[in-house]
Design a protein around this ligand. Structure first.
Ligand code: SAH
Ligand code: SF4
Length: 383
């Protein structure tokens, strides 16, 4: 091949994950006016359009140009599972045989989408199946916001004025969101942006195991609601369960959260404290008492999550009595305390069960097959 025949073309830019500012910059780079960005964002996020030819208020010349340099590419759905309780889970192929999962949990007039941020996770919490896989890679902003896009599309929820498929988003799927900082900030920004999904900042929640420096950075650029995975009332126990605590102990984590709340323009913000209850490990009365003392002056509500067992873990879920006892101590101490009910149990959609990359594929698929009444035929979204 002669040198002249080698043509280097840039890969098409995926417009799905672009923020308002990035989209405007992209349009300007094409010699277009920035307002084109608004038109295109509305087509993508309000109307679910992924084909430039459907964008009827964009002139033909620009549509042709866009087709040659850009694309709107949602993540590829490998399978979709529906639980008897209405929970829906999608497995999303992210290349190299890796899979991440997204779950939609309807609850009355709310529907909460649990979104993944990374393929695997490097933080290796002792009770988490994602942690057992190690870290594979960060998801792109398009792959993160694409989980919202495909959930809405799967319920025929575009355009947005017909019905609200997703009312709340929690970054509580696979991965540590603050270790994929830029993409998570871009994607959560799009969730809250009126040109994106227009979800209130109190209904978009980022959950972190406590990457303290990133929390300070987040305070400068985001207004997302915060949840922290505490799981223990003291450093020695927390360091066993959440190894990142050895680097950033509880006092530093709580201080960073206070800073985050103080930096928000609105008042009365609270942090959701997540506490996974593991039988005999952190679920005793004295743990609850110590936790109440620790959080005495911390603006928070507490969410107790009974441990969800998985094959690679010896931990046990606590008894109902143990959960109630823990809840009672905290409630008596004046904390707003909720217990997360397990949803989507029949499709392994519960918190911490989003196994993603199919490491134990045989076991999982065998179980899924035995419950074939809950499985929809594989649906490929391949626009
Ligand atoms: N990496 C982030 C977000 C993803 S995990 C974080 O750690 O906060 C979302 C929540 O599920 C966290 O509170 C996590 O501690 C909890 N979790 C993980 N595995 C679990 C399991 N097996 N049972 C119950 N909760 C679990
Ligand atoms: Fe990572 Fe969160 Fe799992 Fe810990 S609990 S290993 S931070 S995904």
């Amino acid at each position: 091949m002669t040198e002249a025949a080698i043509v280097h073309t840039a890969p098409p830019a995926n417009l799905l994950g672009m923020t308002r500012a990035q989209m405007a910059e992209f349009m300007v780079s094409l010699g277009e006016k920035p307002f084109r960005a608004q038109q295109i964002m509305k087509w993508i996020h309000h109307r679910g359009v992924s084909n430039f030819d459907d964008m009827t208020d964009i002139g033909k010349a620009l549509r042709e140009r866009l087709k040659s340099v850009a694309e709107i590419r949602p993540p590829q759905v490998i399978s979709q599972h529906d639980s008897k309780d209405g929970t829906r889970k999608w497995a999303i192929g992210v290349g190299g045989g890796n899979v991440v999962e997204t779950v939609l949990i309807p609850d009355g007039d709310r529907a909460t989408l649990c979104v993944s941020s990374q393929v695997g996770c490097s933080l290796d919490c002792s009770f988490c199946s994602t942690g057992k896989q190690g870290f594979q890679r960060d998801l792109s902003a398009a792959e993160i916001i694409g989980q919202v896009w495909l959930a809405i599309q799967s319920y025929d929820g575009f355009p947005s004025h017909s019905k609200r498929v997703v009312t709340n988003v929690v970054m509580m799927g696979m991965g540590e969101p603050l270790l994929n900082f830029d993409n998570v900030v871009a994607a959560t920004g799009l969730m809250m942006d009126d040109l994106g999904y227009g979800i209130s900042k109190r209904r978009v929640t980022l959950s972190t195991s406590g990457v303290v420096p990133a929390l300070y950075k987040l305070a400068e650029v985001s207004q997302v609601s915060l949840a922290i995975s505490l799981h223990a009332p003291n450093d020695s126990l927390r360091s066993e369960l959440v190894p990142v605590n050895r680097r950033y102990p509880i006092s530093e984590l709580l201080e960073a959260c206070n800073h985050y709340i103080a930096a928000q323009p609105d008042t009365h913000r609270v942090v959701t404290v997540e506490y996974t209850l593991i039988a005999g490990v952190n679920d005793q009365r004295e743990h609850a008492i110590e936790l109440a003392k620790l959080l005495k002056d911390f603006p928070c509500k507490i969410n107790l999550i009974p441990f969800n067992p998985f094959s690679l873990s010896d931990y046990q879920r606590p008894s109902k009595n143990a959960v109630n006892r823990f809840w009672q101590v905290l409630t008596d101490a004046g904390f707003v305390t909720t217990v997360r009910t397990t949803r989507g149990d029949d499709i392994d959609a519960a918190c911490g069960q989003l196994a993603g990359q199919v490491v134990d594929r045989t076991r999982r698929s065998a179980r899924h097959l035995s419950r074939s009444e809950n499985i929809q035929p594989i649906k490929l979204v391949n626009n």
